[in-house]
Write a protein that binds this ligand. Structure first.
Ligand SMILES: [Zn+2]
Ligand SMILES: [Zn+2]
Length: 276
C-alpha cells in the first residue's frame, strides 16, 4: 500500500517516529508521501529532511516528500518562502508541490491572499514541471472553495498538463469529474470509513479505479476503528479495506491498484524489496 498523504514531520511523532514507520512497514505500507508544509513556510523543508534521513533504511517504507504553503498559512508566504519552495522543488525526492489550495472553512488567511499564494505556487511548480497536491475545503453548506479552486485550475494549471491530486476528497461528483478531466487523481482518506460519509463513498463508487489513491492525512482524521486517536500511516489499511468494500474488490486488489496509480502518476518505481 501507499499512504499518499501523511504529515510525518508532525511534532506529535517526535517521540516514536521510528516505531511508527516500522508499524507502517509491517502493515504493508511500502511508500509514504510526506507532505512538506511544516508548521508554516519556515519548516516546509522538514518532509525532505525525513525522506533523506530514512533513505535506504531497511524495515521502513520509502519516503518521498512534497513542499508547499498550506492555505491556512498563506498570509505568511513572503519572498523567502517562495525562494525556499523553489529550491525544494528542484530536489529529486520532492515529487510535488503541496498541499496548496483554498480553505474557506477556517479562513485562517484572507481569501484573496489564499488565491494569490495558490497562483504563485502553481507558477513555481510549473517551472519545475512538478504536479500539485490540492487542499480544498469550502464553507459549511457551500461549494465556494471548490468553484474557485476548479476555476483557477482550469485557467492557470491545465495549460501545464502536469495534473495533480485532490487530497482528502470531500467534494461532489462534478468536482471530482472536472479535476479528472484536468488529469488529476482523487485521494480518499479515513473519513470514507465514517458512518455519515455516504456522500463521499457515493463519489468513490463512481471514480474510475485507475484514478483513485488512498491516504491517511496522519496525524489527522484517523479511520474507524481508530477514529479520534492520533492517526498514523499503518492505518491506511483501513482506508484500503473501505475502498475495497465500496468497489467490490479484495483489500489486496485495492492496495495494488492504488499503488499502481501512484507509481504511474509520479513515474516512481515499485519497491521490489523482498518481504519474506
Ligand atoms: Zn489538507
Ligand atoms: Zn494534509
Amino acid at each position: 500500500m501507499i499512504d499518499s498523504h501523511a504529515h510525518l514531520d508532525s511534532p506529535r511523532y517526535a517521540d516514536d517516529r521510528d516505531a511508527l514507520l516500522a508499524r507502517a512497514w509491517d502493515a504493508g505500507v511500502d511508500t509514504i508521501l510526506s507532505i512538506g508544509i511544516g508548521e508554516g513556510p519556515d519548516t516546509m523543508h522538514q518532509a525532505l529532511d525525513l525522506a533523506r534521513a530514512y533513505s535506504g533504511r531497511p524495515g521502513v517504507p520509502k519516503i518521498y516528500a512534497t513542499a508547499g504553503v498550506h492555505p491556512h498559512e498563506a498570509r505568511l508566504a513572503d519572498d523567502a518562502a517562495y525562494a525556499k519552495l523553489d529550491q525544494l522543488l528542484s530536489q529529486p525526492e520532492v515529487l510535488a508541490c503541496g498541499e496548496i489550495g483554498l480553505d474557506y472553512y477556517y479562513d485562517h488567511s484572507p481569501r484573496d491572499v489564499q488565491q494569490a499564494v495558490f497562483t504563485r505556487q502553481m507558477e513555481i511548480a510549473a517551472s519545475h514541471k512538478k504536479p500539485i497536491i490540492i487542499h480544498c475545503r469550502p464553507s459549511d453548506n457551500s461549494t465556494n472553495a471548490w468553484d474557485a479552486t476548479l476555476d483557477m485550475l482550469v485557467s492557470q494549471w491545465s495549460p501545464t498538463a502536469l495534473g495533480g491530486i485532490l487530497h482528502c476528497f470531500t467534494g461532489e461528483w462534478n468536482h471530482a469529474r472536472r479535476a479528472m478531466d484536468l488529469g488529476f487523481l482523487i485521494s480518499f482518506a479515513g473519513n470514507i470509513t465514517f458512518p455519515k460519509a455516504q456522500p463521499i463513498r457515493d463519489v468513490l463508487a463512481q471514480v474510475p479505479l485507475d484514478r483513485a489513491l488512498i491516504e491517511t492525512d496522519a496525524p489527522f482524521l484517523a479511520p474507524v476503528p481508530n477514529r479520534g486517536k492520533r492517526n498514523e500511516p499503518a492505518w491506511v489499511a483501513s482506508v484500503a479495506a473501505k475502498l475495497a468494500e465500496v468497489k467490490s474488490l479484495t483489500p489486496d486488489e485495492a492496495a495494488l491498484r492504488t499503488t499502481e496509480n501512484f507509481h504511474r502518476f509520479f513515474g516512481t518505481t515499485v519497491i521490489l524489496e523482498n518481504r519474506h
